[in-house]
Structures are given as structure tokens and as C-alpha cells.
Ligand binder design. Sequence first.
Ligand SMILES: [Zn+2]
Length: 298
Amino acid sequence: MRWGLSSVAVKRLESLQTEILLVISRAWKRTVRQLLERELHIIPILYKLHQAAMSHRCQMRCSNHHHVLKAKRPNDSSHPIHHLYALAFSDIRQVYKLTKAELEDTNSEQYTNFDELWIKDAPRRRWINRYLEHRAFSHAGMSWTAWRDCQPASRIPNPAYQGEWGEHKLQLHTGLSAAQSTMLILMRTGNIGLAANPVYRMALGIPTRTCPLCCVAEWGLEKNQTVKHMLIHCPALSAKRTDLFIAAGHSDFTLFMERDVKLATAWAISNFGLSQFDKVKNKALYQLPREQKDTEGN
Ligand SMILES: [Zn+2]
């Protein structure tokens, strides 16, 4: 699928996409590209490029230029163009077969006139592009699952590692301030200024993942300074946390990360002690208790 691109060029493309994703999401550097793609619902660049290239090839394969292009192909059958030509031909046949079968089920007028429509550029292009888009999405999903299933067990509890491809989280950012949106991506990916994050520990030379606020495990609850520990369990924050639980009407970490993100991020900005939020953490917007209208799902 790399159509002659060197591995260096492929890595540069992926690296460029990662840089852009970091800017868009405001995630920390070294946040894993796959997490940002899933959170923001961005198809990996190689699949997107393949989709665009195959769309072009399929259109050319169907165009009036086809015979000219065919005549100009190199004689050497091992030349890559023969492979690409075969791929385009295979895709076109597949689109024809699948689209016709799909329309047959609907018993529509389009099915009755399918062969007439197929030789017209506009509907054929639309069907081909739809097929290629679905395939890119499907490949991205398989790639996500394969990658996620290889991740260390210690990272899986972070919300961004859970769920399947396509369950993107853009809607969670609706109505959040810029600081809250930033906090949400940090909390969901786990790449945040807490001791349980290996990236943070390595950058600051922190020797342990233990929470510096409580330092001890109580009642078997985790003492590692994870997002969940800070939001739900840390005894050092229990007094401040009461307002959060009352406002939300629950103490469920998953609900805070999947639904009540406005409350969770506001409280985190105000109470996690992350220096990047020092300038905004005292704003009234991030203090609890709030007016009832600010709570979600109640
Ligand atoms: Zn603690």
C-alpha cells in the first residue's frame, strides 16, 4: 500500500500528521498518534492517501484516456504500474458487484437501470468513492484494534484506549472552554502531569508513580497518581471532591470521562495542581458548586 514511498518518507508523513493532531487537540508532546486519531476521528494518513490515490486511478481506469494509458504502460510486467493497474481494475469490479447487490436488496429504480447508470461518470464516481471511503475506515479500524490490543495493561485504564474505532469523542468537547478541552484530552489519554504518567516521570526525573498528595493506599484503592485516583479516590482531595459528586449526582469515573466532562474538567483544572492551568484555575467557571444549569445529564 506504500506505492513506492520509502519507509523514511512514510515516517515523515506520519510524523507530520502527528504534529498537526497535537496542535488541533492541544495534547502534550509524545501523546500517541493512534489515540489522537481515534479521539478526533481522523483516518491515518496512509489509508487516506491510499483512498485518494485509488480514487484517482479508478476514475482514470474508467475514463476515455484509459486506452492511451494502457498503450503507454511499460512492457516489463514487473513494473509497479501493472500492479497498480490491476488493483484499480479489481476495485472497480468489486464496487460494481457490491453496489449492484446492495441496490438489488432495495429493489429500486437505480437497480433496474444500474448498467446505464454505471457508464455515467457521476454516479460511478460516487459509488467508487463511497466504497473506498468505507474501506479506508475499515482498515483504520483493524489497525486501531491491532495496535490497542498490543498496549501494556497499565495504559488500558486510560479512557482513550477503550472502545472501538469510530466511537470518536469530538462531541465531548462541545461547550467546553479551551482550557477544559485541553484538560479533557490530557485526562483521556493519560499523558498528563501526574506521577502515573511515564512520560511526565521521565521528563521531570520523578522516581515513583505514587501520589505525592496522599502517599498511602487506603482500603485497597490505588495509590498511583492516575487521573482516576485524583478525580475519584485520593483522600487528600476528598473534602473538595464532595461538591463534584453532588453536582454530578454520582462518583463514576467512566461517566465523568464519557458524559459529565464539563464538571470533571472544571474540577480537575481547579484541583489537580497542574502548573499549565495556574493562570485559569481560580476562574469562577472552574469552581464548584455551580448553578444547576451548568451540570449535564441531570
Ligand atoms: Zn492521592
